[in-house]
Design a protein. Structure first.
Length: 260
């Protein structure tokens, strides 16, 4: 079963690559535009830290670690599971019928059936920053933390997208939640205090997407690594449970058509 899903995923990637290369100029412009957008934010932080040597204990090197984690995690998520941001739209417009009609795991098939090549820019810049700022002996930990961050991003997106099973006009809510996650994840963990810190660790888990991985790269703590692994597993279970619970509601009355 796992091999079959991987083969299907690989087939989708091949189709996506061929489609992207048919419009090569557009593909290159999209990738470079995303890199430029990310570089602008990095320049902003370079200017900020040039004026203030540190922000609540975080230095410019820490921000580079943060962007390495965030860009690589979002790049992987977008490239390999590009439909994660379209879940709410797929539900509202009845597009799940196509996935339900095939003998595949519905959620995995839904997520992997599309690649977002905008994310290639994120991935390339993230890997470039990793080469520049991650010591070679930290590479295994970096790979593990990026994988956990990507799973958290993906799981949160599934949960927010699944709100469409239970709410009318939920597309904007889904988009706001996902944008909130990346926005909170793009700032130093040290600036959040009190209830806000609890919010970004447990409700909108931006802290586990970027802040905690940076702290682990700076000063490894097995306890916090286990917390992050445990939280990732828990959020994944919640995401899968919420989606399939909502899917039963969808099956009962929202089937509109089967895509051919």
């Amino acid at each position: 079963m796992v091999i079959q899903h991987l083969r299907t995923h690989l087939a989708y990637l091949k189709i996506s690559i061929k489609t992207a290369l048919e419009y090569r100029t557009n593909f290159i412009v999209q990738t470079m535009s995303m890199i430029l957008n990310d570089v602008v934010w990095i320049i902003f932080w370079l200017i900020m830290f040039n004026r203030f040597s540190q922000i609540n204990g975080w230095k410019i090197q820490d921000m580079m670690l943060l962007y390495t984690i965030v860009l690589t995690a979002y790049g992987i998520t977008g490239m390999f599971f590009g439909n994660h941001s379209k879940i709410a739209i797929s539900i509202v417009e009845g597009r799940l019928d196509y996935y339900m009609a095939l003998p595949k795991n519905i959620l995995y098939h839904l997520l992997s059936s599309r690649s977002s090549w905008f994310s290639l820019g994120d991935l390339l810049l993230g890997l470039g920053l990793a080469i520049a700022f991650i010591p070679l002996n930290h590479a295994p930990l970096y790979i593990l933390l990026v994988a956990l961050s990507a799973i958290i991003v993906l799981s949160f997106s599934v949960i927010s997208g699944s709100l469409a099973f239970f709410m009318d006009n939920s597309e904007e809510t889904c988009r706001t939640l996902n944008m909130g996650l990346i926005s909170f994840a793009s700032y130093p963990l040290s600036i959040y205090q009190g209830f806000t810190k609890i919010l970004i660790l447990l409700i909108i888990p931006a802290g586990f997407v970027s802040g905690v991985p940076v702290e682990l790269l700076k000063s490894f703590d097995i306890t916090w690594l286990l917390y992050m692994i445990g939280f990732t597993i828990l959020l994944t279970i919640i995401a899968i449970s919420v989606f399939y619970y909502g899917l039963r509601k969808y099956e009962s009355g929202n089937l509109l058509y089967v895509r051919t």
